[in-house]
Design a protein. Structure first.
Length: 114
């Protein structure tokens, strides 16, 4: 089993920044890829960014150049640095980890509004 706990969400003005963190516990040694998804009201959950254990990254086109995903394997933590935030980035952000199974965090709300 793997447990994921996100933190760092909140309310920010357009153009602002936030940094999300996700700490994995349990059988975290078994985790390969980790990532961030988001889900806005009425929308499907979508991939925002992903990172492999070796550090290769993938981003949704809508966040390229604004968001950066990183990972500290020693701390079992994945981060999402979000800059130049837009109102359309408003969503619940979920941490994801792929091990033998796929695990999800509980989600953290990000609201971008003036």
């Amino acid at each position: 089993q793997v447990q994921l706990v996100e933190s760092g969400g909140g309310l920010v003005q357009p153009g602002g920044s936030l940094r999300l963190s996700c700490v994995a516990s349990g059988r975290s040694y078994s985790i390969n890829n980790m990532g961030w998804y988001r889900q806005a009201p009425g929308n499907q959950r979508e991939l925002v960014a992903a990172i492999t254990r070796r550090g290769s990254t993938h981003y949704a086109d809508s966040v390229k150049g604004r968001f950066t995903v990183s990972r500290d394997n020693a701390k079992n933590t994945v981060y999402l640095q979000m800059n130049s935030l837009k109102p359309e980035d408003t969503a619940v952000y979920y941490c994801n980890a792929d091990a033998l199974f796929t695990y999800w965090g509980q989600g953290t709300q990000v609201t971008v509004s003036a």
